[in-house]
Design a protein around this ligand. Structure first.
Ligand SMILES: Nc1nc2c(ncn2[C@@H]2O[C@H](COP(=O)(O)OP(=O)(O)OP(=O)(O)O)[C@@H](O)[C@H]2O)c(=O)[nH]1
Length: 299
C-alpha cells in the first residue's frame, strides 16, 4: 500500500492525427464508454474528461480533437480547444499507430508540442495488435528519434495490451496530490452531452465520407417517466443540406430507424433503463461556417 503522500493526480491529454486511436485508448483506460469512437477521422469535437482511478493515483484524461490545419470556422474552433487544453495539462501522450509510417501530419503535431513546455511528453505507439513485432520495434525506434520522451509505450486498446503499464507510467509523471475527483466518477461530461455523442456516433456508422462534419446533435429534453421504468430522450439531428437529410433518413425512414436502434442500445446501459428515443432530422444551412449557428449547436 502506498502512503498518501505518494498519491498522484493530474491531467493527461492524448494528441495525434485523426484516427490513431485516442478515443479508444481513453475508453480502455477509463473502462467505461465516455468518448465516442468511429472509424471515420475527426469525430471527436470536444475535450471530454474520462477519469481513471487506481491505488497509485488518478488520471484525468482530456480527449482532444485531432490537430489539423483548419479549413472551416469549426476547424478553427477545434484547434483552439486543443491549444487551450494543452496549455494546462501535466502530461501529453503523443499517439502514433504501429501500423502506419510516421508522416508529415505526425511531425507537424510533434513540433506543436514545443509550445507546451510545462507538459511532460510521452510517446504512445497504438494499435500494436495490428502490426508485426518487427514493425512495432521499427516504429518505437522511429518515434524515439522525434524528441526526448519521458517514456515510449507500445499499447493496444482493443486487445488490452500494456494498458496497466501505460496507466502506471502516466501516473508516475503526475504531481503528488490528493484525489481531484470522487472515486466513483468516470467523466465530467453531463448525461445530456454523453447521450448526444452516442447518437452522433450511431449516425456516423454507415454514412458517406463527406457527412461526418455536417452532423450535429442537440437534446431538447430527457424525461424520466414516473409511471414506467423508462427514459424518454428527444433529440435533433442537424445536417447542412436538404440532400443530406434524405441520406440520413433513408428509404422510408429505414436508415433513421437503424440509427435509433443503435443509439438506444448504447444509451440504455448508460441510464440503466429502457429508452424511448425520438430523433428529428433538421437542416441548419452551412452551420459549420456560421458563428451564430455554431453557438446554438453548442460549439
Ligand atoms: N486494431 C486496433 N484498432 C484500433 C485500436 N485502437 C483504436 N482502433 C481503431 O482505430 C479507429 C480510430 O479510433 P479512435 O479511437 O476513434 O481514434 P481517434 O484518434 O480518437 O480519432 P479522432 O476522433 O478522429 O481524432 C477505430 O476504428 C478503432 O476501432 C487498437 O488498439 N487496435
Amino acid at each position: 500500500m502506498l502512503n498518501d503522500a505518494e498519491f498522484r493526480a493530474g491531467f493527461v491529454s492524448f494528441v495525434g492525427r485523426p484516427n490513431v486511436g485516442k478515443s479508444t485508448l481513453t475508453n480502455a483506460l477509463v473502462g467505461e464508454k465516455v468518448a465516442i469512437t468511429s472509424s471515420k477521422p475527426q469525430t471527436t469535437r470536444r475535450a471530454i474528461r474520462g477519469i481513471a482511478h487506481s491505488e497509485q493515483g488518478q488520471l484525468i484524461l482530456v480527449d482532444t480533437p485531432g490537430m489539423h490545419r483548419p479549413r472551416t470556422l469549426l476547424g478553427e474552433r477545434l484547434n483552439s480547444i486543443v491549444q487551450s487544453t494543452l496549455g494546462d495539462v501535466d502530461v501529453v501522450g503523443f499517439c502514433v499507430p504501429a501500423d502506419e509510417k510516421i508522416g508529415p501530419g505526425d511531425r507537424y503535431i510533434n513540433e506543436q508540442l514545443d509550445s507546451f513546455p510545462r507538459a511532460k511528453k510521452v510517446a504512445i505507439v497504438t494499435k500494436i495488435d495490428a502490426a508485426s513485432r518487427p514493425a512495432v520495434a521499427a516504429q518505437l525506434l522511429a518515434v524515439s528519434q522525434l524528441r526526448e520522451w519521458e517514456a515510449i509505450i507500445p499499447v493496444s486498446a482493443t486487445s488490452k495490451i500494456q494498458l496497466d503499464t501505460l496507466a502506471t507510467e502516466l501516473i508516475r509523471l503526475l504531481p503528488v496530490s490528493t484525489a481531484l475527483y470522487p472515486a466513483d466518477s468516470v467523466t465530467e461530461e453531463s448525461l445530456e452531452s454523453r447521450i448526444s455523442e452516442l447518437i452522433r456516433e450511431a449516425v456516423l456508422e454507415g454514412v458517406e465520407d463527406e457527412l461526418p462534419h455536417s452532423i450535429a446533435v442537440t437534446i431538447d429534453d430527457i424525461v424520466e417517466r414516473d409511471d414506467k421504468d423508462l427514459v424518454e430522450v428527444f433529440a435533433n439531428l442537424f445536417v447542412e443540406r436538404d440532400s443530406q437529410k434524405g441520406i440520413i433518413i433513408g428509404h422510408q425512414g429505414s436508415r433513421l430507424a437503424d440509427v435509433g436502434a443503435r443509439a438506444r442500445a448504447q444509451i440504455e446501459p448508460l441510464v440503466g433503463k429502457q429508452v424511448f428515443l425520438s430523433l428529428r432530422v433538421k437542416v441548419a444551412k452551412d452551420w459549420q461556417r456560421d458563428p451564430k449557428q455554431l453557438g446554438r449547436l453548442g460549439f
